[in-house]
Design a protein around this ligand. Structure first.
Ligand SMILES: C[S@@+](CC[C@H](N)C(=O)[O-])C[C@H]1O[C@@H](n2cnc3c(N)ncnc32)[C@H](O)[C@@H]1O
Ligand SMILES: [Zn+2]
Length: 284
């Protein structure tokens, strides 16, 4: 695991800065955290866990990795990078956090594009699922991977330039704390038409939910700076890919038995991808 100089990790127990000694991160109060041999750091104390294995399961992570590696969401990654680039200058001194990074597909994509341009900012991916972070560390050793929670991201206050939160669970007050006073938060969320063809099959009634309200963020001095949407049709998905998609998304758990059965019987389907990108600027 690489620790870029722009990344300032904090002890999850008392918020003190962590420094690296051999393969161990220690704080001034003597708490220490070993670098796992797979190349990640576990900074989630038991008292911050609601269950023994929080977050997405190993099975969900494998399904997401297969699906993303097949390229169906590459255009989302491209748009993510385009949005970041049009609103900020990422350089070797920048620190970017992917909060709820899953198995690291988007952060790895970003790493490669920036590296090709000769730019190596500090990239941190955190996820509450240990299986996700083990898969992420296997994907890319040049990124700092943490088992940790969005509720208490273990980074020093006001040390992060930008947080991306993709299909995840933003915690605005915790994000504000670690962002620099003029930091940014990019929310990538499912839009109303996202995977609509599949939702029509698995649900008796499709709910047309709008995007989550931002008033909680606005009360914390986040201001909507830019909003964009990306809509396209995927290449045809076969049976295995449909199964992976159902497994990697929350739909699987909410669908009825008959709904899941109908989806499993599909031979092939082209799906609408509808994604919203909202960039929030902190006015601290
Ligand atoms: C729908 S997945 C999205 C993963 C990734 N951002 C992507 O788009 O491929 C949501 C992720 O959030 C993680 N997660 C759930 N609760 C979390 C928390 N409190 N802190 C950090 N990650 C969390 C899950 O383990 C899962 O990997
Ligand atoms: Zn400590």
């Amino acid at each position: 695991m690489v620790l870029n100089k722009s990344i300032q990790l904090a002890c999850p127990l008392d918020g003190q800065s962590l420094s690296l000694h051999e393969r161990c991160f220690v704080c001034a109060n003597g708490h220490s955290f070993d670098l796992a041999k797979q190349g990640y750091l576990h900074l989630l104390p038991v008292q911050q866990k609601r269950s023994k294995f929080p977050g997405d399961s190993a099975e969900m992570i494998k399904a997401r990795q297969r699906f993303l590696n097949a390229g169906f969401y590459d255009r989302i990654a491209d748009r993510l990078i385009k949005t970041l680039r049009s609103h900020m200058q990422l350089n070797n001194d920048s620190c970017l956090l992917d909060a709820g990074c899953g198995e690291g597909f988007y952060l790895d994509y970003l790493y490669r594009i920036l590296l090709a341009d000769g730019v190596q900012p500090g990239l941190v991916g955190l996820d509450i699922s240990k299986s996700a972070i083990i898969a992420a560390a296997r994907r890319n050793r040049g990124i700092t991977w943490l088992v940790a929670s969005n509720k208490q991201p273990p980074l020093v206050p006001q040390s992060v330039d930008v947080i991306v939160c993709m299909f995840g669970f933003p915690v605005f007050d915790a994000f504000k704390k670690i962002l620099k006073p003029d930091g940014k938060l990019l929310l990538v969320e499912a839009g109303p038409q996202h995977l609509i063809e599949l939702r029509r099959i698995i649900y008796a009634e499709v709910k047309q939910a709008g995007l989550p309200d931002l008033s909680a963020a606005e009360q914390l001095d986040f201001e909507l700076q830019a909003q964009d949407a990306l809509t396209y049709k995927t290449a045809p998905l076969g049976q295995l890919q449909i199964a992976d998609l159902l497994l990697m998304t929350p739909h699987m758990f909410r669908a009825s038995q008959e709904g899941r059965q109908s989806a499993a019987e599909l031979d092939q389907v082209e799906l609408t991808v509808d994604v919203s990108l909202r960039l929030l600027q902190l006015n601290g």
